[in-house]
Design a protein around this ligand. Structure first.
Ligand code: ADE
Length: 330
């Protein structure tokens, strides 16, 4: 790595970033609240999901579950339903587990980084984001946006999938942090990553940090990340029909999507295949999946363990996203 910024240079960068953020920041609903609960909801939703996708969910969620207590007391199925379509459902369960812990421990989040980290569902990113934005704690966030900004700014060749690199980036983010206003600073770095320092075709010409950005002429080379190869996979699901109703089942605990509803896997031991009627592609972790839907019938003596639902009834259940697509298509 070239030399790290000096204290004075960090300060120049911080000021340039703060100036930019003041005029360029988006007016987002979670930036208008000081409620730690609402801020936590937004930060959990924003992990791995883009702002435009999160927006409608955030508003709906707070109407359904306006407080820690209401979320703690909600039915798990209602919680999963409200998360339907956002993906990574573990976040929804984590959020409810967190709500239960908060309610058990007096009803509000602790204003302390270590204590935040000790709560279920809160990792270093969430502790720093919620701690700084809701309580002004001097904790620097490191997420994908921040890693991209920092590795480009310093032309850092380290592989960000390695734990040592994360440690290094956390130390750099700590140095960069504005101790006087960590809430604004953290949001400004993430905003820069979301608006200017884009993964592809970053807008270096209008970047407030361009004068001191070492990676700016080859920004797309950063961050360096060893790729996990995507693996192609085929699967076949069965459409079993009874009049206006279709057979669906709830995914049991221990399987991906557990708790969500889906069409069953086509099982030749129990079903007879008619014809392929649809094909849906989706990605999950390292897999690129082609899901084929076939109309089918139960073999004699094979029986359903799930249930039959009309289109309207299916709308009220929380479906795994590719299965929701299929349900709507039907
Ligand atoms: N991504 C996640 N949290 C964010 C925030 N508070 N501001 C901007 N981008 C974000």
């Amino acid at each position: 790595m070239k030399s790290l910024p000096t204290k004075k240079q960090w300060q120049t960068l911080r000021l340039a970033l703060a100036d930019w953020y003041k005029s360029a920041k988006r007016d987002l609903p979670w930036r208008r609240t000081t409620d730690p609960y609402a801020i936590t909801v937004s930060e959990l939703m924003l992990q791995q999901t883009q702002v435009v996708t999160v927006m409608p969910y955030y508003g709906r969620w707070l109407k359904l579950f306006p407080t820690w207590r209401s979320l703690a007391n909600a039915e798990e199925s209602a919680v999963i339903k409200a998360w339907e379509g956002l993906g990574y459902y573990r976040r929804a369960r984590n959020l409810q587990a967190l709500a239960k812990a908060v309610v058990n421990e007096g009803g509000s989040l602790p204003r302390d980084g270590e204590k935040l980290l000790a709560l279920p569902g809160i990792g270093p990113y969430t502790a720093a984001a919620v701690g700084s934005i809701a309580f002004g704690l001097t904790l620097a966030v490191v997420d994908g946006n921040v890693m991209r900004v920092l590795t480009r700014l310093l032309a850092l060749p380290d592989d960000i999938s390695r734990p040592q690199t994360r440690v290094k980036l956390q130390a750099l983010a700590d140095q960069f942090l504005d101790q006087g206003d960590p809430a604004t600073h953290n949001q400004a770095v993430m905003e820069l990553g979301a608006m200017i320092c884009l993964p592809r075709k970053p807008m270096c010409l209008i970047c407030p940090l361009r004068n001191r950005c070492i990676g700016r002429d080859r920004a797309e080379e950063f961050p360096v990340k060893t790729r996990t190869k995507t693996v192609q996979r085929m699967e076949t699901v069965a459409i079993l029909r009874r009049g206006k109703r279709f057979y669906c089942e709830q995914v049991p605990i221990g399987k991906p999507w557990h708790g969500l509803w889906r069409f069953p896997d086509f099982d030749p031991a129990r079903m007879e295949k008619d014809e392929v009627v649809a094909q849906i592609k989706y990605g999950i972790t390292k897999y690129s999946v082609t899901m084929q839907a076939v109309t089918a019938r139960w073999k004699p003596r094979a029986g359903p363990t799930g249930g039959y639902f009309t289109a309207e009834e299916m709308e009220t259940l929380a479906f795994a996203s590719p299965h929701r697509k299929l349900a709507r298509w039907l």
